[in-house]
Design a protein around this ligand. Sequence first.
Ligand code: F6P
Length: 558
Amino acid sequence: MTTPIDPTTTAAWQQLAGLHDGFDLDLRQAFADDPDRAERFTHTAGDLFVDLSKNLVDDTVLAALLALAEQVDLPARREAMFSGAKINVTEDRAVLHTALRDPAGEQVEVDGENVVPLVHEELDKMYAFARKVRSGDWVGVTGKRINTVVNIGIGGSDLGPVMVYEALKPYVQQGLSARFVSNIDPSDVYEKTADLDPETTLFIVASKTFTTLETLTNARLARTWLLDRLRHAGAIDEGDEAAGRAVALHFVAVSTALDKVAAFGIDPANAFGFWDWVGGRYSVDSVIGTSVAVAVGPDNFAEFLAGMHTIDVHFRTAESAQNVPLQMGLLNVWYNNFFGAATHAVLPYAQYLHRFPAYLQQLTMESNGKRVRYDGSPVTTETGEVFWGEPGTNGQHAFYQLIHQGTRLIPADFIAVATPARPLVDGEHDVHELFLANFFAQTKALAFGKTADEVRAEGTADAIVPARVFPGNRPTTSIMAPALTPSVVGQLIALYEHITFTEGVVWGIDSFDQWGVELGKQLAMQIAPAVSGDADALADQDPSTQSLVTYYREHRER
Ligand code: F6P
């Protein structure tokens, strides 16, 4: 195993530390001094128009950040990822989500086998299935066509599909819809199935490992719901044969563990596979996206993959000086490690992207929330900022106060599209223009603020002036695209995947494992008997857990 380069020992890091000491870049001044600043710091990647000019950087800082990337060997790590090297060392796996969107004919080998043909074989299977459901050729046990697909999955087997489905709602075929069950809280599956007709519902059980407690529990609950409802309606008899037929027609699965799919009772002919070199949070572009492919159709799904590929090519080949994911990742390092920014807001001015921040939370925090490096040694600097956000303008009326005037530095990404899917007018006003005016106003207010003199000039009483001053100099990145097409959604995802990768490489961590989720899962299985009344299991717990479980048992009503 190679040893990661400690970024803090590099010349570039020392230079950045020196630059940060007494760093006094003022965005008002920077724009006044350099009329070309907006243009010079704006780049395109695919269809994405990315304005970095309102960040706290100048040419010297940017050059030092780019030098840092070189000095931690980022180009070699990037090439290692794209070419199928086993860079997920703690799981001894290649990291090849980029191969999922490689066009047919490309060559990427894992253990001597070209995986691109395998990817396309599985995609073709998924597309054929999607076409059948969409055309009505796939019918349920009573001969009715499917109108609702319910994806049962959690983490990467939920957040990606639900986010993309929501983002691409305008592309969903009329008469079809998707729902997403993830939580083991039984109210989730209850609410999502309560008003469904079992005869027209198809469940997609999505689980990379096919061992996840939540997903398998929900899948069993869904199977029981299906059979009970069908039997109650007299649609099938009580026999096992009818049940088997119903499950075969109303359940498909997506997994890397097709043997476990069969053990669950789903016909392996109705299962789509992928591989251990696809991380859960990087899997929406695999057959984990089956619910999306059914809803928006194979052509749109292919366009989504092509969008991702465009950004892959950009990240792999664009010069550093124009490389958007690279620069955005390095800017995050600048804020995280030198300004102490612990969080990063992502603020889509596109209601259809309302699940994008939640999706990014798994992508970024499961990837980079690490305290040891990939060789097991402790990290040498802070890692993994907290990603969060809500769509604008809702956030403006909730938490923007803190971003504008709070004591913490919160870098923020603003995302918007030029042409809305649903253009509406309010009298004279194109509402999308009012919406975008808010986007532009917020990034402007954050960058340039409002001085005490400006506040006073508005006639504000002296005592109130400080409360109405906006300090400005709050960094933002603005990302715009022509429209929220399948390709653009794919491009946005790939952009953030590579931002996440860039940060992880600087920190020397394995951004592709997730051991931190294991302990809680293990303990839940140990505590479950205590919750169900096993006195010995309860006695094994710590006093706080005992007290909480006891409270539960005393207050549970049935
Ligand atoms: O618990 C975390 C995790 O392992 C994620 O990484 C993954 O996306 C999720 O669980 C679901 O896992 P699976 O797809 O195997 O059910």
